[in-house]
Design a protein around this ligand. Structure first.
Ligand code: SPQ
Length: 434
């Protein structure tokens, strides 16, 4: 629990670097583990989710040395993975769980995958169904939809899979399985999801073909170890981008943020809402582009957020909802039903927790409607163990009158262990540990 105080107009100012991108950090370790040779990762996110990935691959027999943001992975291909003596625990991480199942789809041994209470409620049949179709023996509660999941790989055949959900985790799991199958595996998604897997497969020397919404890859291609530089996570930067826009007298610069176009919906939304945002030092030479982003206090207007934009900002919707409470008109978020199957049901948690601070916000079937501009007042709120809800509420406390008590504040460690330190650095506010 943390007690957070209103900044009372003092502002957030300064320059920060946010931790490495979570999606890229997971993949760098996993791909390093199934490649041949020593992969070096710099800028790795040492958050709980990515540490769960390291832990699972160590249990599968891979040597991984991690020193803060520097990681070295010694891979021996898929053949280098061994039957784990223990259960593989993915903690709170959906990415670890779903991508790991893809890796294990052809391994000729038994593994059991579990996670925390939140993982136990998140749907896994979106991955177990295509893996079964490819030939993997896989089961779990509710016919393979929920953890614990038991998997024995083998005899994979390539498939042409049309995914009912646009999900980078489904796409990545099928591609990781496809890498181990004879023939060409193709996956078509209903809309573009983040493409870190495709980019990283190429960085590891694989050929991947992308044709609009269809990705295909030939099986049995070897991965060659490489050096991965992980840029800052735009999903973490989003908290300080919105804070910079809504906290009076603020000016924040965030260095080296990943600006992969499949992730930059937050920048489009902030611009459309009227935020004073500047992007400089763009580096597009690497497989994952990055830039510095500066934001200043701005007057925001409400907008509609829907359709193709949603997958490009799905994880940023909690903090966008907070921004919308400070906009001059109504914001409508639609087509975002996927929020219901994240670490929490993020439609309900965002709406219920922001209401406690006085926001005028209502849940809909596939999103929310937020009426601005509302003055927020401190109160007792709860992250419900969801890192993105915890950080959104901490930013809300900066503008809410009085004191805000945040229950389960430790959830931020999942993706942003230095979050409260950086908040303190940018503010002169006192954050009392209780
Ligand atoms: O890993 P996890 O728990 O699923 O994390 C979240 C998050 O908010 O950090 C989602 F709850 O991010 C997902 C994201 O929503 C990470 C991810 C990835 O790295 O591939 C893809 C997205 O999920 P999906 O289901 O659309 O593929």
């Amino acid at each position: 629990m943390k007690t957070l105080r209103s900044l009372n107009g003092a502002g957030l100012t300064g320059t920060i670097r946010v931790p490495g991108d979570k999606s890229i950090s997971h993949r760098a370790v996993m791909f390093g583990a199934i490649a041949h040779g020593r992969t070096v990762v710099d800028g790795f996110l040492p958050g709980e989710d990515c540490l769960s990935t390291i832990d699972c691959f160590r249990k599968l027999g891979v040597t991984i040395n991690q020193e803060k943001e520097h990681v070295e992975v010694v891979g021996n291909g898929f053949e280098g993975l061994h039957e784990p003596e223990d259960i593989l625990d993915v903690g709170n991480s959906g990415t670890t769980c779903r991508l790991l199942l893809g890796v294990l789809a052809n391994t000729p041994f038994h593994s059991c995958v579990i996670g925390d209470d939140s993982i136990a409620k998140r749907p896994m049949s979106r991955v177990t169904n295509p893996l079964r179709e490819m030939g993997t023996k896989i089961d779990g509660r509710n016919d393979g939809n929920y953890t614990p999941i038991s998997i024995r790989g083998g005899n994979l055949k390539a498939i042409n899979y049309v995914s009912p959900v646009g999900s980078a985790q489904v796409k990545s799991a099928v591609l990781l399985a496809g890498l181990q199958a004879d023939g060409t595996t193709t996956l078509t998604e209903p809309h573009h999801s983040r493409d870190h897997t495709e980019r990283m497969l190429r960085a590891f020397g694989c050929e991947v073909e992308v044709n609009d919404l269809t990705v295909s890859l030939k099986g049995k291609q070897p991965l060659v170890s490489t050096h991965i530089e992980v840029p800052g996570d735009i999903s973490s930067a989003a908290f300080y981008l919105v804070a910079g826009a809504i906290v009076p007298n603020s000016e924040i610069t965030i260095k080296n943020v990943g600006i992969n176009p499949t992730r930059t919906g937050i920048l489009d939304v902030l611009e459309k809402m009227g935020a004073d945002i500047t992007i400089t030092n763009q580096n597009t030479q690497t497989s994952e582009p990055s830039a510095d982003i500066q934001i200043k206090t701005s007057s925001l207007n409400g907008i509609e957020i829907s359709g193709e934009l949603i997958p490009r900002l799905i994880d940023e919707i909690p903090i966008i909802a907070l921004a919308a409470t400070q906009a001059d008109s109504t914001t409508v978020i639609k087509d975002a039903a996927e929020l219901k199957v994240k670490e929490t049901n993020r439609i309900d948690t965002v709406v219920n927790e922001l209401k406690k601070l006085g926001a005028q916000i209502e849940a809909t079937d596939d999103g929310m409607i937020i009426h601005g501009k509302t003055e927020l007042s401190g109160g007792t709120v709860d992250s419900h163990g969801d890192h993105r809800i915890g950080m959104m509420l901490a930013i809300a406390s900066c503008i809410a009158n009085g004191e805000t008590v945040l229950e389960n504040s430790g959830s931020v460690n999942v993706s942003y262990p230095s979050f409260f330190e950086q908040l303190e650095q940018l503010s002169q506010s006192t954050i009392k540990k209780s």
